[in-house]
Design a binder for this molecule. Structure first.
Ligand code: GTP
Ligand code: MG
Length: 399
């Protein structure tokens, strides 16, 4: 079985987060909004900027569809849940039909992937994506995928649930399709899909910028700024820096990128951006991404322009620390909501209690005895008999 553990659960402050998490989890039976309001990390940006690659590393290796051309065309909702039973499964969530008309939301199981290897998981995820692109197929098991898809991009989502005792706490992440400019309809559609996902207050926004094209022409910053104007729940990611350090590149480009990472200049982000180096292609598939990342960072830091960039803005480990900090903040922000929800429930319960008739007999002995009956395993006839005998003695000796 592929072991998937997010590096987010291994940061030094994880303990603090788990404590908050456990407190809220105890209320799960009352507070059903718990999962719905859990902080969700959402990656978005231009097509092929490296969003799925970043998320693959943040999940500890889930083989999401990746590639040099359009790879993600539907939202991938990843839930990592702490449960007794180890289970990895894919389900499909339909919210629109082939004409993009909204339908009553339904989620159907697609595949159990607990025992599959990485390659097979990737194939299953690619198939799952095609089924949500073809919402007319209702009998998934017995209907083959068509040659051309009903929807090029869709709001229907592929849901991946990874649960087991090894998951330290519940995590929620979303991989979104990239914004493309090759087709106006698709561009408009994907932009509105991204906006829909990032507007929620519990979302942690991760705009992904690729170093290989102009930052000003990429949509990620504008989208993040619109949804989160003060940038408190946004942290940027800058990918493909290996392409910059391994090839000749002018100082102006370096300056543009270093300014972005510092969170200054035209693209100000209070939490800055993090330099992340992912695997580039099939030829690197067996390489260790951590080692390649270290190498890129080492080369980058030799450049004078990068000297005053804070040391903690490089690499996945530092990114996970920032994300985990933003998760804790988001969870703390959600606490007043949980509190007011429970306060409402308390008054509701109190009202119900007030409506209940008072006990018919004020006799303390009967009270005491009935509480024993309610709380023991004595068969009912024996309990009634016992009560009658006790009442007899009560009347004879005490009254
Ligand atoms: N050299 C290099 N290549 C990268 C890096 N990150 C991603 N790539 C490559 O870029 C291509 C696109 O990566 P994806 O992760 O699929 O990008 P995406 O943004 O999810 O793409 P879409 O879902 O199609 O929008 C893949 O071939 C990756 O291997 C990086 O840091 N360096
Ligand atoms: Mg992708």
């Amino acid at each position: 079985m592929v072991q998937l553990n997010s590096p987010l659960t291994k940061t030094p402050k994880t303990r603090e987060y788990i404590d908050i998490f456990c407190e809220i989890k105890k209320l799960e039976t009352f507070y059903h909004g718990f999962e719905e309001n859990a902080p969700t990390i959402v990656v978005f940006g231009d097509q092929s900027s490296g969003k799925s690659s970043v998320l693959q590393r943040l999940t500890g290796g889930l083989s999401l569809p990746r590639g040099s051309t359009k790879s993600t065309v539907a939202p991938f909702k990843i839930r990592m849940l702490q449960r007794e039973e180890p289970l990895h499964k894919i389900s499909l969530r339909y919210i629109e039909d082939k004409n993009r008309k909204p339908v009553t939301p339904r989620e159907v199981d697609f595949a159990i992937i607990t025992d599959l290897d990485e390659e097979d998981i990737e194939l299953k995820l690619r198939d799952a994506q095609r089924y949500v692109q073809n919402p007319s197929i209702t009998d998934i098991e017995n209907t083959r995928l068509p040659d051309s898809d009903e929807l090029a991009y869709t709001k229907n989502a592929v849901c991946v649930t990874i649960s087991g005792p090894g998951q330290t706490y519940n995590l929620s992440m979303v991989d979104l399709p990239g914004v493309t400019r090759s087709d106006e309809d698709n561009e408009v559609f994907v932009l509105s899909l991204v906006k829909e996902y990032i507007k929620k207050e519990t979302t942690i926004l991760v705009p992904v910028f690729q170093a290989t094209s102009d930052i000003a022409t990429q949509c990620a910053y504008r989208l993040a700024r619109e949804a989160d104007p003060d940038g408190q729940r946004t942290v940027g990611v800058l990918t493909k820096m290996d392409r910059i350090v391994d090839y000749p590149c002018d100082d102006e480009k370096h300056l543009e990128l270093a300014t972005l990472v510092k969170g200054q200049g035209e693209h100000q982000l209070v939490n800055g951006s993090y330099v992340i180096r992912n695997l580039s292609s099939v030829s690197e598939i067996h390489e260790d991404p951590e080692e390649l990342e270290k190498e890129t960072i080492r080369k980058l830091k030799q450049h004078i322009i990068w000297e005053d960039v804070p040391f903690d803005r490089f690499g996945l480990q530092n990114l996970t620390m920032k994300l985990s900090y933003l998760q804790r903040k988001a969870h703390k922000r959600s606490l007043p909501k949980v509190r007011s929800f429970l306060e409402d429930r308390r008054s509701e319960f109190q009202e119900k209690l007030n409506e209940l008739p008072l006990p018919s007999d004020g006799n303390p002995m009967i009270h005491y005895l009935s509480s024993i009956i309610m709380n023991t395993q004595i068969p009912l006839p024996a309990a009634i008999m016992g009560t009658m005998i006790c009442m007899y003695f009560y009347n004879v000796f005490l009254v």
